[in-house]
Design a binder for this molecule. Structure first.
Ligand SMILES: Cc1cc2nc3c(=O)[nH]c(=O)nc-3n(C[C@H](O)[C@H](O)[C@H](O)COP(=O)(O)OP(=O)(O)OC[C@H]3O[C@@H](n4cnc5c(N)ncnc54)[C@H](O)[C@@H]3O)c2cc1C
Length: 468
């Protein structure tokens, strides 16, 4: 695809439709040329724009259509697949200034926000009103709700609340043409027409730009307790996951795992001590409920089932302080990884839960064969594993050779186990070539057809997910 670039005249035209100054100084272009995908090369845009309203977003899209200039939407830039990295330079549209809470509707248990609101703000506001927003990626303090929707972000509470898409009931979307459409609303049930909301959710900013988002809130459980359960090895820990649930009759809110290397990395990063730090794996299990007694019953049953299933001990974090400390450790693994080696590759494969040990053993083998280090952690309850390869001291050339081969093998194994190559971080630029190689022709054609229907000029976040 051949795009036009922006000359001074076009930059002036662009500025004339926007309240906030556009930026094209080197420092800004550099800052908006990457996200948190450690191993991806940066690609600089030609200009960064900061719309403050739906109308401005729409005007920019009409401008981009007129002049055939690609536009890459951007939330907070915490993405882990290069979705906000502009594949073809052009315009980066940062939604960071559209960060207002538009309405808190307690009577309908709904909140309406602009896309640039940081997810943690929504969580805190809901909490103050005795409600809960169920989306909870580990990046909740830094990622935006618009980015969460575009990636259908998962996180730690998917067991109980589901991924981001489960909470989205209304969306205002600016289409690539600049037209504005409003989908859904505050009603819980809606089968009027096709479910376009859930086509936009997870579309990685390739089908439309979310400018107004209505999310459902739920009653906040009054009590929650987390358990930390060390296991001798990863096999026993994962085999314990279904036994925990069937043995106790409880579906936990969270069921996370960390292998021994993740614990080591995070302890050193946070300078903290962990009980049984040398155990083969740890599970974190969280339960919530409306009364102290019911939560007590649930966690005792879960703890007993865990010990029966081979757990070495069940540590109870039943006050805010200990729970926060535990979750801080789990949520800091990505940063700990970056501190060990700024260049690393955090994967996001998703397999049927019982296949996690086989997948991790296989990953350890391929890492060993290729001279890479690796750690693994993730969401044991839903089979989403963050196998992470680490460059460390490996020379750049060897890393560049070893990594793609390791990824090909990892993805082949994942699909062989009935899994998929990304559970929550998305395809973006990072996994595009791999998606094309493992997806059947009919499905690729459908994805391309949908993209063409939304974006015939191919100007909204081109070069992502699949090539046309
Ligand atoms: C430390 C750390 C922990 C993380 N933990 C998790 C986790 O637990 N679970 C998880 O799922 N992810 C996690 N992530 C990944 C990342 O935070 C999520 O993918 C998040 O949803 C990205 O949001 P963002 O605002 O940073 O979006 P960006 O990175 O800016 O953009 C992501 C994608 O969304 C598109 N986009 C952004 N805004 C809009 C909009 N308004 N309309 C249309 N498209 C838009 C962009 O074009 C891009 O394709 C983590 C990342 C880090 C760094």
């Amino acid at each position: 695809m051949k795009y036009n670039s922006l000359n001074l005249e076009l930059l002036k035209e662009l500025q004339s439709m926007l309240a906030v100054p556009i930026k094209y100084d080197e420092e800004t272009l550099e800052r908006y040329s990457r996200d948190e995908t450690a191993e991806l090369k940066a690609v600089k845009p030609e200009v960064v724009v900061f719309p403050v309203s739906t109308e401005e977003v729409s005007d920019v899209m009409r401008f981009a259509n007129r002049h055939l200039i690609p536009v890459t939407p951007r939330g907070a830039g915490t993405g882990l697949s290069g979705g906000a990295v502009p594949a073809f330079h052009g315009i980066v549209m940062s939604l960071e200034k559209m960060n207002r809470i538009l309405e808190f509707d307690a009577a309908n248990m709904m909140i309406t926000v602009e896309p640039g609101v940081i997810t943690g703000e929504i969580q805190k506001l809901a909490d103050r009103h005795g409600l809960v927003y169920g989306g909870d990626p580990c990046s909740s303090e830094s990622s935006s709700i618009g980015g969460n929707i575009a990636e259908n972000a998962g996180g730690n509470k998917v067991m109980k609340y589901g991924p981001t898409g489960y909470h989205v009931y209304g969306l205002e979307v600016v289409l690539p043409s600049g037209e504005v459409t409003r989908l859904g609303g505050k009603m819980i049930k809606d089968v009027s027409g096709l479910d376009l909301i859930h086509l936009i959710v997870g579309s990685e900013g390739t089908l439309g730009i979310a400018t107004r988002i209505t999310l459902r809130l739920l009653p906040k459980p009054k009590y929650s307790v987390a358990l930390l359960i060390p296991f001798p090895d990863i096999d026993t820990a994962i085999a314990a996951v279904p036994k925990l649930m069937t043995g106790s009759g409880v579906v936990p809110t969270s069921l996370e795992f960390m292998d021994a290397s993740s614990i080591k990395a995070v302890c050193s990063f946070l300078n903290m001590e962990f009980p049984y730090a040398d155990a083969g794996a740890h599970l974190i299990v969280e339960v919530e409920g409306s009364s102290k007694d019911s939560v007590f019953d649930d966690y005792v049953k879960l703890g007993e089932s865990a010990i029966e299933a081979g757990g070495l001990e069940a540590f109870v974090a039943d006050n805010r302080n200990t729970r926060e400390k535990l979750w801080k450790a789990r949520k800091s693994i990505a940063e700990a990884l970056a501190s060990i080696s700024p260049v690393h590759c955090m994967e996001d494969v998703s397999v049927p839960m019982a296949s996690i040990p086989e997948l991790i053993k296989f990953s350890e083998e391929i890492a060993r064969e290729r001279g890479l280090e690796m750690i693994a952690f993730g969401h044991a309850g839903d089979g989403n594993v963050h196998v992470s390869f680490i460059k460390g001291d490996m020379p750049e050339e060897r890393w560049n050779e070893a990594l793609p081969l390791a990824l090909e093998e990892l993805y082949a194994k994942t699909t062989g186990l009935g899994g998929c190559i990304s559970g929550e971080h998305g395809i973006g630029l990072k996994r595009k070539k791999y998606l094309a190689s493992i997806t059947d022709r009919a499905q690729l054609d459908l994805i391309r057809g949908i993209k063409r229907a939304f974006d015939p000029s191919y100007i909204l976040n081109p070069g992502k997910i699949v090539d046309l």
